[in-house]
Design a protein around this ligand. Structure first.
Ligand code: AHR
Length: 338
């Protein structure tokens, strides 16, 4: 009888332990249908031995720079055997917030977030924090405190990029002339900082005058349209175009040609990114300079994740080192450009 009671007690205990262990477990699946992770109570952890799952929230994927960035992240994830959950916010911050919320619901282990605008992502960052999922910002900044609202920002120094363009103009063109500026997306740190770096540098050169400055949303089509308007308003008074990215500079080159002027002779153009078509335009003598903004975030982003996995700390800002392309090196470097 005593043995029977002991056996019964043991069975009750085993049942209680099994119930307790399985009670709060939920298993989520990725869009591809593979098992992503297991949540246990409050704490979310990747099961040891299981693939790490990383969400990548891209803000748009419709131009060479963005496509190169996405490909870099995809390739590196694949190389390291990390499962990637990818979303494209299609240029809408509201969609980017819901994309991040979806990733959180799927239980990803980390989130790589490439913001469109600096403002508007606070709900996404707060939701990730509440779910204990580390967020790593890549490329552009988002409002919030590094080390608190997100782990780190991996990016180029956009202020420095603007300064380097202005410095190149002063050194190679001289310290007088009329400038028009094609700005990037309003509210994007890449636009705000590239404008600041450039205009701050020009404060010491009062004969380099900014005639007009307007957003063209980082796109080739808008770059062409806005440049057409600048030409209508200022015609042959324009000496220099500063475009916050290559796509807008390429659009401006088309507008200059359509107006019967010669890019590189009547008007010089300077921009940022270093995409292949820009280097080809430098070789053709149509674009003067492009300061590099590397889109190749894959290796560094996953290095950071692996450090965090190993319990190591990372800096709250990790700066990309960028080159500068002009007539002295474009030919040599064009084949390696994106
Ligand atoms: O944030 C970086 C910028 O975003 C790149 O210069 C540009 O081409 C892209 O739109």
């Amino acid at each position: 009888m005593k043995r029977k009671i002991s056996l019964l007690l043991a069975l009750v205990m085993v049942f209680a332990i099994l119930t307790a262990c399985s009670g709060n477990d939920t298993t989520s699946t990725t869009p591809e249908g593979s098992k992503a992770e297991t949540t246990k109570g409050e704490e979310t952890t990747a099961d040891s031995g299981e693939k790490l799952v990383v969400g990548f929230s891209q803000m748009e994927n419709n131009m060479p720079w963005r496509i190169a960035e996405t490909n870099s992240i995809r390739a590196e994830a694949e190389k390291r055997g990390i499962e990637l959950v990818y979303t494209d916010a299609q240029s809408q911050t509201a969609k980017q917030v819901s994309d991040v919320e979806d990733m959180i619901a799927q239980g990803v282990d980390y989130i790589l977030l490439a913001p469109r605008e600096a403002e508007g992502l606070a709900p996404a960052l707060a939701a990730a924090k509440a779910a204990n999922i580390p967020v790593i910002l890549i490329d552009r900044a988002a409002k919030g405190e590094a080390g608190v609202d997100y782990v780190t920002l991996i990016a180029s120094d956009f202020i420095e990029e603007g300064q380097r363009v202005a410095e190149w103009i002063v050194d190679n063109h001289g310290n007088s002339g009329n400038i028009v500026i094609l700005e990037g997306t309003q509210g994007a740190s890449a636009a705000t900082d590239r404008q600041k770096g450039f205009t701050d540098y020009l404060k010491d050169f009062p004969n380099l005058k900014v005639l007009a400055s307007q957003t063209a949303d980082f796109t080739r089509a808008d770059g062409q349209k806005v440049m057409e308007n600048f030409i209508q308003a200022h015609g042959k008074d324009i000496d220099i175009v500063y475009a916050h990215n290559d796509e807008m500079a390429i659009g401006a080159i088309q507008a200059i040609k359509a107006a019967g002027m010669v890019p590189g002779e009547d008007i010089i153009l300077a921009s940022i990114d270093g995409q292949k078509e820009a280097l080809q335009a430098i070789i053709a003598g149509e674009l003067a300079v492009s300061v590099e903004c590397s889109p190749f975030f894959g290796p560094i982003a996953f290095d950071v994740i692996e450090k965090l996995e190993a319990g190591e700390s990372v800096d709250t800002f990790i700066k990309n080192d960028d080159r500068l392309f002009d007539g002295t090196n474009a030919e040599e470097l064009v084949d390696g450009a994106f």
